[in-house]
Design a protein around this ligand. Structure first.
Ligand code: SF4
Length: 465
């Protein structure tokens, strides 16, 4: 395995004082070889940290002295230093099987690693979870974790995961809850497979077997035009409505039994069904915001805040609490997934500039348009134009802003006759690149990137008046 590498050393940090350099490879800390940034963090908490590093092929020892618990001041190249545990399932609905060829290699990685669940909020099915993993999760209090439930009926679950271990692996969920680990769950609903009566039974199963589960997200299957699974299809409007009815009924049952709603349907369901979103307070803190639960209400709340209070760029709504868990205290881990830094710099495209005095046009996906258009009108921004970007890159029923790609945005800009000051939500960028790998600089027109929370958008709109 390649050794983890120091990517950056913070100025005036203990590591800089001790002589650690960017580019150093980390072999051990206090005589131990950390398997991941979680172990790295625990080892680096000591007041005296002996690092064994490899610099230019030469092994060196570096001693760093600091306060106990003080960060070393290093950024490391990877979160997992040994092998990421890949999943041994073959779900019909897996979005990774539905990706076009030629994307970044990391996007094709089917991980099922509880460490990535803890670090980045990735969902794990627990089919590869072991007794040793449980011991570590409990010992190091790796909480919260995120578990894909899909169905509590063992036969349906193993069929959905195409893995016989899927039938029994929810026993680990029981064990995690027994040990006080906070767990959030999700159900990806595939019409004809785990919707309707199966979904009803799953929610009953959660109440019966896993009442300590913190939250459960019910999200619809996404189908791209590359799907080869004939049975996988988008929901009809009636199916979306029926799913919402089931979720709403169970919210009432959970509230009566446990005093909290536990289960929520993703925003996409309300858009599909043409139904009103629940009030913001009904989301009880937006714990699964990143999973598309309550994003619209959180955005509206954030949009209504005083623009002067709009904070620094964030992938989350300004009204949301900071993400809890590991990233409240870890240092060193590279930004991945939800943590990937967004780009706020204005980049010049190669051909047409888009000066600030021009009228504003917001680039977003069809679902974003459906939400933003009435919101802008109701808040006195009816003059702001929205340019909906159809998703031809993935195709199928993909209509969310987070999956917009460079070629689709370029096509929409190229076909837009009116010169405009274009605003683009940062949610479709990771480290300045779109999912297809292209960058802002490859767009035909200058585009201004705005953080995806409502307060930041409002601030920009107010400034243009
Ligand atoms: S568990 Fe997740 S990554 Fe693995 S096949 Fe199923 S959907 Fe894909």
């Amino acid at each position: 395995m390649p050794l983890p590498q120091v990517v950056a050393v913070a100025e005036h940090s203990p590591a800089e004082r001790g002589g650690v350099l960017a580019g150093d490879e980390l072999r051990s800390i206090n005589g131990q070889v950390p398997r991941d940034v979680i172990e790295y963090q625990l080892l680096a908490d000591e007041p005296i940290v002996d690092l064994e590093v490899v610099r230019g092929g030469i092994e060196l020892e570096v001693t760093v002295q600091k306060q106990a618990g003080e960060p070393l001041g290093l950024e490391i190249s990877a979160a997992i230093f040994d092998r990421v545990r890949t999943c041994d399932n073959h779900c019909e609905f897996c979005f990774i099987y539905q990706l076009p060829k030629g994307m970044r290699r990391s996007l094709y990685l089917k991980d099922d690693d509880y460490r990535l669940s803890f670090l980045y909020g990735n969902f794990t099915t627990l089919t590869r979870f072991t007794e040793a993993d449980l011991e570590r999760v409990v010992d190091e209090n790796l909480s919260p974790l995120y578990v894909s439930i899909h169905a509590t009926d063992p036969e349906v679950r193993s069929r959905m995961l195409r893995n016989r271990r899927g039938a029994m692996s929810l026993r680990w969920l029981r064990a995690l809850l027994d040990n006080g680990i906070e767990v959030h769950g999700q159900v990806v609903v595939c019409p004809g497979l785990n919707d309707a009566a199966v979904l009803y039974g799953t929610l009953a199963g959660v109440l019966d077997r896993f009442p300590e589960l913190s939250t459960l997200a019910v999200v619809p299957l996404g189908v791209s035009r590359y799907s080869k699974e004939a049975a996988m299809r988008p929901h009809t409007t009636d199916e979306a409505r029926a799913t919402l009815e089931t979720v709403h009924e169970w919210q009432g049952l959970f509230r009566r039994a446990l005093g909290r709603r536990v289960v929520w349907a993703s925003d996409e369901y309300y858009l599909l069904a043409g139904m009103q979103f629940p009030e913001a307070s009904a989301y009880e803190g937006f714990a699964q915001h990143e999973n598309g639960i309550g994003m619209v209400r959180a955005f509206e709340e954030s949009f209504a805040t005083d623009p002067a209070e709009a904070g620094e760029p964030s992938a989350e709504g300004a009204a949301l609490p900071a993400r809890s868990g590991f990233f409240a205290w870890v240092e060193g881990a590279p930004a991945e997934g939800y943590r990937a830094p967004r780009t706020t710099a204005v980049k010049l495209g190669p051909r047409r500039a888009s000066p600030k005095h021009l009228p504003v046009t917001i680039l977003t996906a069809p679902y974003g348009e459906a939400v933003l258009a009435p919101l802008l009108k109701a808040n006195g921004f009816g003059e702001v134009r929205i340019l909906a970007v159809e998703n031809e890159f993935f195709g199928g029923n993909i209509a969310v802003a987070g999956l917009m790609t460079g070629p689709d945005i370029a096509r929409a800009l190229g076909g837009d006759p009116a010169p405009a000051r274009y605003l683009l939500p940062d949610v479709c960028l990771s480290k300045g690149r779109f999912l297809d790998g292209s960058s802002l600089g490859e767009l035909p027109v200058e585009v201004e990137v705005v953080p995806s929370d409502g307060a930041s958008l409002r601030k920009v709109l107010e400034e243009t008046r």
